[in-house]
Write a protein that binds this ligand. Structure first.
Ligand SMILES: O=C(O)CCC(=O)C(=O)O
Ligand SMILES: [Fe+2]
Length: 204
C-alpha cells in the first residue's frame, strides 16, 4: 500500500519490484528472467482480463506459415489504454527496470486466453518484426492456472521448461526470439490461464 497520497485519494496498487527476479543464461546470447508471484493484485487483474478483454479467435502468421491459434487473443497497441491499472503499472515498472539494457520502453500488450488444457501455442519465436534480426525483449506476466512454457534452441539441443504460475513474470531477452523458440504445450487438464506479453515497438 502507498500511504504517501492524501487521505482522500483511492488506495493505489503497489508497484512490482525486481529484487526477487533471477536471470538464467541460455546459449547463444539468450537469457530469461523469472520473478515468482511478481504482479501485485494478480487475482483482481486476472478476473478483470477474463471479463473485460474483447477476446477473439484468430489465425496467425508464425514466421513462415499461418497456423490455427487454439487460444483467444487481443492485442493492446501503442497508446491503447490497458484494462487494469495493475497492468499499466507493471508495464511502467518493466520499462523503467529494463531501460538500461533495452534502450526503449515496452509499448504493446498482447493478451492470450488459454481456456483449458487444449488451448496452446506451437513452437515459435516472436520474429515477425525486429525480433527476427535484432536482440529484443518480451516480458510475459502469467495469470490463472499454471502452464508450462517450454524453450528450445533453434539449432537443436535440449529444451527447458518453466512452469508459469499465477502472477509470475518471465522475460525473454538477448537473442532469445532469434536463437531459441518457445511454446505452451497442450496438457490433459488445466483451468483458465491468461498471458500478457509486453513488447517494444515493432516486435511481435
Ligand atoms: O502464453 C504465453 O505465455 C506465451 C505466448 C507467446 O509466446 C506468444 O503469444 O507469442
Ligand atoms: Fe511468443
Amino acid at each position: 500500500m502507498d500511504f504517501q497520497g492524501s487521505l482522500f485519494e483511492a488506495p493505489t496498487i503497489e508497484a512490482p519490484l525486481f529484487e526477487g527476479v533471477e536471470r538464467t543464461l541460455l546459449s547463444r546470447g539468450a537469457w530469461i528472467d523469472i520473478g515468482r508471484a511478481w504482479l501485485p493484485e494478480a487475482d483482481d487483474v486476472f478476473a478483470t482480463l477474463v471479463r473485460d478483454v474483447p477476446w477473439r479467435a484468430e489465425r496467425r502468421q508464425m514466421y513462415d506459415r499461418e497456423v490455427d491459434v487454439p487460444r483467444l487473443l487481443h492485442t493492446y497497441g501503442v497508446g491503447d489504454p490497458l484494462p487494469h491499472v495493475g497492468l499499466a503499472r507493471a508495464r511502467g515498472a518493466l520499462s523503467a527496470h529494463y531501460r538500461p539494457e533495452l534502450g526503449e520502453p515496452f509499448v504493446t500488450a498482447g493478451c492470450c486466453y488459454y481456456r483449458d488444457g487444449r488451448d496452446s501455442v506451437a513452437w515459435h519465436g516472436d520474429t515477425i518484426g525486429r525480433g527476427k534480426t535484432q536482440d529484443t525483449m518480451v516480458a510475459i506476466v502469467s495469470l490463472g492456472d499454471p502452464r508450462r512454457l517450454a524453450l528450445r534452441p533453434r539449432l537443436g539441443g535440449s529444451s527447458i521448461s518453466v512452469v508459469m504460475g499465477h502472477g509470475d513474470l518471465l522475460v525473454m531477452g538477448g537473442s532469445c526470439q532469434r536463437t531459441w523458440e518457445h511454446a505452451v504445450p497442450k496438457v490433459a487438464h488445466a483451468g483458465p490461464r491468461v498471458s500478457v506479453q509486453f513488447r517494444p515497438l515493432n516486435v511481435f
